[in-house]
Design a protein around this ligand. Structure first.
Ligand code: ADP
Ligand code: ADP
Length: 227
């Protein structure tokens, strides 16, 4: 089963200490909410788990080994969109990119199986009817659902979401948190958010991160650190 262990992980950017000897275990089936002040290292932690940042010290092990992260399939919803919303491309095409290796992306090759996988995740996030729309026509909430769908196309073992509701109106925020809650029944989830009230009833564990874990555990107890 899935297990990711961060052991004394430190990350510095020059002389900024983003993470200081962070210890954290993510187990199969977890639904963990991460809160904390701006600059508290939340994104850095997530990017370290994804292997996008290499810690200055400490180690991250996957499935109880120090083998590469490729042993676990990870879906990622980045904080800052890597797709220009004005780009002339359809919803289905964006989600198809989740099925492709970088090398074939440029040629945009996909199989019937890819298309079926995309139809399935579009259904899950509630965008089935929108598949042929241009992404420039989407609301903020629909856009984020599309990005979540893209992260789901490879049937990841774990889904990592970095403030998925940052650019979204309040109604859509609820929809997205409900969607994530539904996904958490099948996938291990780590969710960074400022919307503590909206997730405190959903998550199994809440962590308040400020370079290190300041508080962790029952959402109602950790909640008091929020503001
Ligand atoms: P947040 O604090 O809401 O997580 P940030 O604004 O800190 O977001 O980060 C947004 C992006 O900018 C991230 O990809 C992060 O790696 C990068 N970033 C943040 N601070 C700096 C900085 N001082 N210099 C360069 N890049 C930065
Ligand atoms: P959070 O997600 O909790 O807001 P971040 O992980 O984005 O925190 O940032 C932690 C600290 O590291 C902040 O002080 C931020 O400015 C700094 N930082 C993040 N990314 C970079 C970067 N690429 N270059 C320099 N500093 C960065």
């Amino acid at each position: 089963p899935l297990k990711i262990v961060l052991n004394d992980v430190s990350v510095n950017y020059g002389n900024i200490h983003a993470l200081k000897k962070l210890n954290l275990t993510i187990n199969d089936g977890d639904y963990i909410g991460i809160i904390g002040p701006n600059g508290g290292g939340k994104s850095t932690m997530m990017k370290s788990i994804l292997g996008l940042i290499k810690p200055n010290s400490g180690e991250i092990s996957y499935c109880g080994t120090t083998l590469r992260k490729s042993h676990i399939k990870m879906g990622y919803v980045p904080q800052i969109s890597d797709i220009n919303p004005m780009f002339p491309i359809t919803v289905e095409e964006v989600v198809l990119m989740g099925r492709m290796e970088k090398a074939v992306k440029a040629f945009f090759k996909y199989s019937e199986e890819d298309k079926r996988a995309v139809a399935e995740v579009l259904d899950i996030v509630g965008l089935k009817e929108q598949k042929d729309r241009q992404i420039s026509e989407l609301s903020g909430g629909e856009f984020q659902k599309m990005i979540i769908a893209r992260a789901l196309t490879m049937k990841p073992d774990i889904l990592l979401l970095d403030e998925p509701t940052a650019m979204v109106d309040v109604m859509s925020q609820r929809q997205i948190f409900n969607l994530i809650k539904k996904l958490s029944e099948d996938i291990t989830i780590v969710l960074i958010t400022h919307h503590v009230q909206m997730i405190s009833k959903n998550v199994k564990k809440l962590i308040y991160l400020d370079k290190n874990i300041i508080a962790e555990g029952d959402p109602n107890e950790v909640y008091q650190y929020a503001y």
